[in-house]
Each structure stands twice: as structure tokens, then as C-alpha cells.
Write a protein that binds this ligand. Structure first.
Ligand SMILES: *Cc1c(COP(=O)(O)O)cnc(C)c1O
Length: 388
């Protein structure tokens, strides 16, 4: 029996060390410029390295949740309640739609890219009557009369839009849409700000956003484990009226803190990491953090143009401060480009849908909005382009 367990123990040690080597070779990047999930700092990783007790039983968890909510409110500039759920960004996109909409409800989806378009399809899958206003994937909202006309005629229950369209490297103005929402008394404005929160200005209340959606793995630079969204009073009213029941339902979160009762076991480690990530951001200061993102984005765009590359967003589109999208260099496939960059230790983002193989992306968000790091990355790109 003893010999067997010794053998087994050695085997476990051996396989662990092999596993560790594989991890160090394949699963960590020397220089990550992927636009989410982004590199997590040691401080944030460490915040989850504790054998926490049961979140259902301990008051400490409630206090941690409350404190995280308070920080997120500051970062999102809102007095509204912020719901924090276990899961990554798509969860917030679904939970807000499913908790607020019934089949037949009218949804106006403003689209300038994959996510904007996708949110419309998601609402359609719920059975909503969706009207989509599509701009080019390389554009940002540039015809507010068209949008106003659609709002006036269609009278939707919800307007959906994406603040930072990650695949396109563009940023849409929200304030104008918020004003139109108020003017035509549209009940709900839904804004996917997943890749903008913590790296750009997000004025949830001033912009009249009812549902402002975020996630842990973008600018906040925590692992891909938590999603969060602010919920306005009007949205709570509708959520209560709809009474959606399901794993991702928002309603059970309304009084979760007050009653110290969550709809499922909360993820203490993930909340602790998100909490630490918010603390680090607020310690640097929200304005300073946003300025850092803008500076790094400007540098990245300039360097790309200097080496003869073409930025993807159209001339009059607003460029994102958290991600830069660039047309692929001529005469090199994405596969070869990616392989050559990886050989130099750099991993960047590819693309999806019809941008796949045509446009690549540098994710300078959160920990990756670092001038030294982006300089290194751009040096490698310049070198790889010169190889062909
Ligand atoms: C990342 C992201 C999401 C969420 O996607 P994940 O699957 O959580 O990565 C949603 N919207 C936008 C604009 C994003 O960039």
C-alpha cells in the first residue's frame, strides 16, 4: 500500500512538472497585446489565492461585494445599483436582455460592428421585434438624424448600442443617444461598455444609461470570471414586471445585499480579484488611468502609420483608446504574421466575421496600456513586417 502511494505521488509530481513546462511554453505570453482577456497583475492574481470560507455564510463576503459595488459605481460614474454576477462579459449582455424583454417587445439596435449587430440578433432570439440601424464596421455613429427618425417612428422599448466596439477599434458617442432617449421617452438605454469601462470616460448617469454593462477581463485586468452592470430605477421597475426566472436573472440581485441572500453561491475569489483590480485603478485615479489609455493609444496609432500600416477605422470615426485595429500588412497572411510575432514573444488579437484575416488588433487596455510595453510590441511588428 505504501509503495503504491509513493509511486502514485511520484507520478503526480512528474506529471505536474511536465504540465508546468507546457504551461510556461504555450499558455503564457511574454508580451500580450490581446484585447481581452488581458494580463493580470500579480497583485490581482494574489487576491484570489486564499482558501475563502463560504460566501453564503460570512458577513465578510457581503462587505467585499458592497465595497466592490461602490468602486464600480465610481468607475462607471453612477449612483445606480451595480449587480455583480459570476461569469464573463457575455453574461451581462444576456442577463440585461432576458430580464427586461419579452417576445414582441420592440428593440432598436444601433450597430457599428460585430457586437452591436450581435446584440440585435440576441434580442431577436428572445422573440423581440428588432430594428437594426447599421453603420459601416469601420464607422461610428455619424447620422444622428437617421437615428432620431428611427427612434421617433419605431418607439422601441429598448435602444441597444456598444460604447467601445472592440473588433473595430472604434468608440461610439453615448451622450447623444441618451438625449434622444430622454426626448422620446424611451424606457431603456442598454450600453455594452465592456471594453471601455476603466479605460475611457463612461458617464452612466449623465448619459442616461439604464443598463451599463462591464466585465472583469478587459480594462480592469482581472481574470475572466465576473460580469457587472448598473441598473437604473426604471430598469428595476421593468425587471420586476417581467419577472424573468433563470440562472442569469437580475431580479434576485436587487435585494441580495440587504437580505444577505444570493441566488447561487457567490464566487468569492473572483469578487476578491475584481475588488483588488478596482482598488488599484482608483489608487492611480480614474482621470489619470483614462489619460494613460489615451496616450498609449495615440502612440500606437502613430507608430502603426509611421511604419506604413493603415488604421482600420474610417477617417471620421472615433478611435478607441483601449484597442487599435489595423489592416493586415500587405502580402502576408494572418497565420504567418501571427506565427512570426509569436516567435518574437508577441501575441496580438486577430479578428472575427468578415474582418477575420483582414484586420488585426493591439489591445492596450488595463495592464497593457503601458507605453514601454506597446513600444516593444510595435518594435516587434515593425521588425516582422520588414522580414517578408
Ligand atoms: C469582450 C467583450 C464582450 C464580452 O465578451 P467575452 O466573451 O466576455 O470576452 C462584450 N462586448 C464587447 C464590446 C467586448 O469587447
Amino acid at each position: 500500500m505504501y509503495r503504491f502511494s509513493a509511486f502514485f505521488y511520484n507520478f503526480v509530481l512528474l506529471s505536474r512538472s511536465i504540465h508546468r513546462n507546457i504551461i510556461s511554453i504555450m499558455n503564457t505570453y511574454q508580451i500580450s497585446m490581446v484585447p481581452g482577456p488581458v494580463s493580470v497583475s500579480p497583485e490581482v492574481l494574489e487576491a484570489g489565492q486564499i482558501n475563502f470560507g463560504s460566501a453564503d455564510l460570512e458577513k465578510d463576503y457581503i462587505n467585499l461585494y458592497k465595497s466592490t459595488e461602490k468602486s464600480l459605481r465610481k468607475i462607471m460614474q453612477t449612483r445606480n445599483q451595480v449587480v455583480i454576477q459570476t461569469g464573463e462579459g457575455m453574461l451581462a449582455l444576456w442577463s440585461a436582455l432576458k430580464s427586461c424583454l419579452l417576445p414582441g417587445d420592440k428593440v432598436l439596435a444601433l450597430s457599428t460592428g460585430l457586437f452591436g449587430y450581435g446584440i440585435g440578433s440576441m434580442a431577436e432570439s428572445i422573440g423581440c421585434e428588432v430594428r437594426t440601424i447599421s453603420f459601416g464596421f469601420d464607422e461610428t455613429f455619424n447620422d444622428f438624424e437617421l437615428i432620431e427618425k428611427a427612434i421617433k417612428e419605431f418607439q422601441p422599448k429598448m435602444i441597444t448600442m456598444v460604447q467601445n466596439e472592440t473588433p473595430s477599434g472604434t468608440m461610439n458617442p453615448v451622450a447623444e443617444i441618451g438625449m434622444l432617449k430622454e426626448k422620446y421617452e424611451i424606457p431603456l438605454l442598454y450600453v455594452d461598455a465592456v471594453s471601455g469601462i476603466g479605460g475611457s470616460v463612461v458617464k452612466t448617469d449623465e448619459w442616461k444609461i439604464d443598463l451599463c454593462l462591464g466585465a472583469s477581463q478587459k480594462c480592469l485586468s482581472a481574470p475572466a470570471s465576473m460580469s457587472f452592470l448598473s441598473v437604473s430605477d426604471k430598469a428595476w421597475e421593468i425587471i420586476e414586471e417581467i419577472g424573468y426566472v433563470g440562472y442569469e436573472a437580475l431580479f434576485p440581485f436587487r435585494d441580495a445585499v440587504k437580505n444577505a441572500y444570493f441566488p447561487y453561491t457567490p464566487y468569492w475569489h473572483g469578487t476578491a480579484q475584481l475588488h483588488r483590480a478596482c482598488e488599484l485603478l482608483l489608487k492611480e485615479g480614474l482621470t489619470k488611468t483614462i489619460t494613460r489609455h489615451q496616450k498609449v493609444a495615440g502612440y500606437c496609432q502613430d507608430r502603426a502609420m509611421e511604419m506604413g500600416l493603415t488604421l482600420f477605422p474610417a477617417m471620421d470615426a472615433i478611435h478607441s483608446p483601449t484597442v487599435t485595429a489595423i489592416y493586415m500588412p500587405e502580402k502576408i497572411s494572418w497565420k504567418k504574421f501571427d506565427t512570426n510575432l509569436r516567435a518574437e514573444g508577441l501575441v496580438v488579437g486577430g479578428n472575427y466575421g468578415y474582418l477575420n484575416g483582414q484586420v488585426f488588433r493591439i489591445g492596450h487596455m488595463g495592464t497593457q496600456a503601458n507605453l514601454e510595453l506597446v513600444k516593444k510590441a510595435m518594435d516587434i511588428i515593425e521588425h516582422v513586417i520588414s522580414l517578408k
